[in-house]
Design a protein around this ligand. Sequence first.
Ligand code: ZN
Ligand code: ZN
Ligand code: FE
Length: 727
Amino acid sequence: MIIRREITVFGTVQGVGFRPFVYRLAHELQLAGSVRNDGFGVTIEIEGESAVCERFCELLASQKPPLSIISSIKKRDLTLQNETDFTIVNTARSKRVITNAPPDTALCDDCAKELFDPLNRRYRHPFISCTNCGPRYTILTRLPYDRAETSMRSFTMCEACAAEYSNPIDRRFHAQPNACHHCGSTLTLYDASGQTVAVRQEAIRAAVYALRNGKIVAIKALGGFHLCAIATNETVVKRLRERKNRPSKPLAVLFGAIETIEAQAQLSDEARELIASSARPIVLVRKSDRYSLAPSVAPAIDRIGVMLPSSPLEAIIMNDLREPIVATSANISNEPIICNLAELTTKLGAVYDLALDHDREIVNACDDSVVMETGVAAVMVRRARGYAPTPFALAKAIAAPTLALGAQQKSAIAIGFDKNAVLSPHIGDLGSVDSLEFFDRTIATFKRLYAFEPKRIVCDLHPRYDSVKWALAQQLPTLQVQHHHAHALAVMAERRLASPALAIVWDGTGYGTDGTIWGGEFLVADYARFDRVAHIKPFGLIGGESAIREPQKIAYALLHQAGLSERLDDKNLAQMVERGINTPQTSSIGRLFDAVAYLIGACREFGFEGQSGMTIEALYDERETRSYPFEITNGAIGVEPMIRALLSDPPQIAASRFINTLAAIALEVVRGYDLPIVLCGGVFQNRVLVEKLVPTLRSAGKTVYLPRLFPPNDGAIALGQLAYDGE
Ligand code: ZN
Ligand code: ZN
Ligand code: FE
């Protein structure tokens, strides 16, 4: 029997070669009909023998293009039109746009082959791409994803490119960034004063020469500029640190091939897969015994962030250079990544010697993603290029179109409608004019891309968060969700958990419902409310939030609490502790890490957030199995016995027993609950803690959930806010 059927495919199906795939499939099966992108995804009509139509539907799902994600398929029967041909219909603009903005995708193997084939017409073309790879979100102004709605609109395809673009069986059929040496963007190398040094291939050669000779070169990558310098030369790396005013925070390293990474780092199979994946994140892995990069790349820690080229330009540079380079985001600390030359010159003109720029505009800046490898599971640390803004399907529909604003640090916003949650790429720490401007711009981008108008806003509870002030300035109903509840909800939503769950939320800081600063919490949570069933017994944060930069203040407060006031040799601080002057109370595990790192002499000064955790990680010895005493009274966990005991142990023993103590505390608290356990909060970016705690809880028979797709840190707060179902 001949039938005609409409098939609507929802998900990530635009900009990933879906229509050409459908076209080829229909032709193979000799079905008539059409395919078009529309506001709802991709709509296909097929006409033919009913068994063949069934076969088409099977193959549609099983052979879909590698980058596509089908979230659902709807089918309905139509009346016959007696068509004989299958065609691709041009995109019609739809009012309600529900399709997804695809994330940027690293150079694919096919394009890489062509890139280094001297006989290929795109030999060494720094902007080679196809339907399986290339920029997407970063060049997109509006959905549906079409060339006219990207920054490629200013380039007219040459005849050869246009022929590929319109040939349904070509790999570049409707590949929006399609270009070649003749019709694509042009590279230009500038010196720090803005003078042109070289263009096109000569610009690449000059940049490689400069890098090899110790110059700092800013290179325009997919989502913004990287500041690059040879990673084996200590003088050069130090110079980059001095100029960028970044004394100690580890720098990511870009390698040309996985084999060269193997020489510097210990890679598990999972790490290898992540490094080579089409998202090409920075992967935090352990240094190997043969590690030989400049000491200043990642001082005093046992990890290093590595990545492979994500753009063809980087691939050519690394192929020519044959040396790893430091590639750090061009920004001022914690601010958004810079994505155009004018801003780069204004803000970082004194940092780089040369800038390798091109004229394909980055519409939406997008930082590199960071993933940490652990013995238990990979942990997303920063979700951006390659992952965002892939939407997430919630288990339950959201009551009304909702804008969620996240927290203050590691800001990311999210929009939610029906069952869709779309989390923005990492924005950065709010608090500077530029980050706030990027925050505003990201909200505007998401509203425009998705033709989205929020009916309500969800934000944090902290009265001083810029995101909260922003929310309260809008004329929309606003819900405020407690920070650590949102942390728990982010994981519960991602892992689709039925409530309630027991959440272990170990974090830096977050505003508690009692006005103190929380961060060492055990919450029994459902989607509307939570019970704080246990928490670290609060200690003083001398001088308030400024203590975050000065660990001795936190250490002093804990010494005082542990009855060791005689050890306080700073009169001023001692007085502040005694009298509680400007000393809010906190239960933060992040701050406990700071104090412990200080007290055991591992880390006396903080150059960057998370440093205390990283030094404790580096000291941790898994052969040490003992832990320190602690006491729990009415849900308040006292760590004074631990503080008293660790002072007399050498740093390695103390660091190891500290981690073991945290695991023992968690085990003790969760024993009383027959609930799934959720781990969240920024402290779970600590590799040794994850590797110790998860097996400990699992061997006690507990079911333990860590986030997979989203970070455990504040970067996922917006998702948790969307999942909130209370009022
Ligand atoms: Zn490709
Ligand atoms: Zn061309
Ligand atoms: Fe947090």
